[in-house]
Design a protein around this ligand. Structure first.
Ligand code: PMP
Ligand code: GLN
Length: 394
């Protein structure tokens, strides 16, 4: 393994999902739903396969039907208008979109500011591009009304920009903290990007998973942002088909052309028949998205209540399907002295539940040490069983 990748080893998701299997634990680690997406979308994939649509290489940028559907979705939901031919790209999941964007837009030595904790592929892709990551840490914050959440310190963000900063890598709703950036925070990020002439890659794969009165606002909708922003979405997340690996990029044409150049040589194209099905999924009526969000919010409330009762401090997420907790209230012994890694390694044996230590998403490991993430995109009875197991911990 070369020096750029040597620090990354095996992803935590592979490690923890293997541990869940070998110990027969409930897997609240890796974020994937245990219920597949809509029947009619699966049927659309079957029809495409049977009819021989997409069984041979589809067009490199994605089939026209899907690019049109992605553009229509951005227009309908956010009033963002993109040309399906020159401003939309289909990728092999959001993961490839992130890789292609960073490989296309960064020069060796460029600095990339990312919100810490960050989704693990960001660090690896920045490294593969030969660039340097500059983490800005989201800090735990207690608000009397809103409760506990992780917040961005805008002064810290501003201070992190140097003459070598090329790009801001933003993620909202944010994995693993569940933070949804507010209009004021996004406006400040946008102002900074314009003032310092920065590119922005924004990972919005959880765009449809926002709860209560939280609202997802795409960064590309802010003044001066459309021409400098690369936006990423995922059918895995929005339609509960994580195994299909269909994602997409929307951006102004010069940036899109750059990202497409990199994508050509990563996978050339993404899986054909699934593209036809995702095109139909994106055209589902709003009630699909509402039901999806409401269902996930019920699961969030169930798991948040259970974790609280079991003694964790819960950072109730405004978005995503993850809950970050602080394990320290469990007591020093059970919480492994606040070491989330040790806690997650012991949890399958102790309780038959798998979770993810947030420390893996930090450069400043000590800042993330006591935090542990649980996924709630699981059936109610599975969450209930996990809660019962966790209640026996103490
Ligand atoms: N970005 C974030 C923030 C994610 O949580 C995930 C999936 N877990 C991805 C990107 C990757 O999405 P995909 O499965 O579409 O590659
Ligand atoms: N995005 C999901 C998570 O954060 C799954 C990631 C993966 O398996 N690479 O858990």
């Amino acid at each position: 393994l070369n020096r750029r990748l040597a620090e990354f080893g095996t992803t935590i998701f592979a490690e923890m999902s293997a541990l869940a299997l070998s110990t027969g634990s409930i897997n609240l680690g890796q974020g994937f739903p245990d219920t597949d997406g809509p029947e009619e979308v699966r049927e659309a994939a079957v029809r495409a396969l049977r009819d021989g649509r997409g069984n041979q290489y589809p067009p490199g940028p994605g089939i026209p039907e899907l690019r049109l559907a992605i553009a229509a979705h951005q227009e309908r939901r956010y009033g963002l208008s993109y040309d399906p031919d020159t401003e939309v790209l289909v990728t092999a999941g959001a993961t490839e979109a992130i890789a292609a964007a960073l490989l296309a837009l960064l020069e060796p030595g460029d600095e990339v500011i990312a919100l810490e904790p960050y989704y693990d592929s960001y660090a690896a892709c920045i490294a593969m591009a030969g660039a340097a990551r500059v983490p800005v840490t989201l800090r735990p914050h207690l608000d009397e009304v809103e409760g506990a959440s992780f917040r961005l310190d805008l002064d810290e963000l501003r201070a992190a920009v140097t003459d070598r900063t090329r790009l801001l890598l933003i993620n909202t709703p944010h994995n693993p903290t569940g933070t949804v950036l507010t209009r004021a925070e996004l406006a400040a990020i946008a102002e900074l990007a314009v003032e310092r002439d920065l590119l922005v890659v924004t990972d919005e794969v959880y765009e449809h998973l926002v709860f209560d009165d939280a609202e997802h606002l795409p960064l590309a909708t802010f003044p001066g942002m459309r021409e400098r922003t690369v936006t990423i979405g995922s059918a895995g997340k929005s339609f509960s088909f994580t195994g299909w690996k269909v994602g997409w990029v929307t951006s102004a044409s010069p940036l899109l052309t750059a990202v497409r150049s990199a994508k050509q040589f990563l996978t050339y194209v993404s899986s054909g028949p699934f593209q036809y099905a995702v095109a139909e999924a994106l055209a589902l009526p709003d009630r699909y998205f509402t039901a999806f969000r409401e269902d996930m919010q019920t699961k969030r409330d169930l798991l948040a209540a259970g974790l609280t009762e079991a003694g964790f401090q819960v950072f109730k997420p405004a978005g995503t399907y993850f809950i970050t907790t602080d394990i320290r209230p469990l007591g020093a012994a059970l919480a492994e002295e606040g070491d989330g890694f040790a806690f997650c390694r012991a949890l399958p044996e102790r309780a038959g539940v798998v979770a993810i230590p947030n420390a893996v998403f930090y450069d400043h490991r000590e800042a993330g040490a006591p935090f542990v993430r649980f996924a709630f995109c699981k059936r109610g009875e599975i969450l209930q069983e996990a809660i019962e197991r966790l209640l026996k911990l103490s």
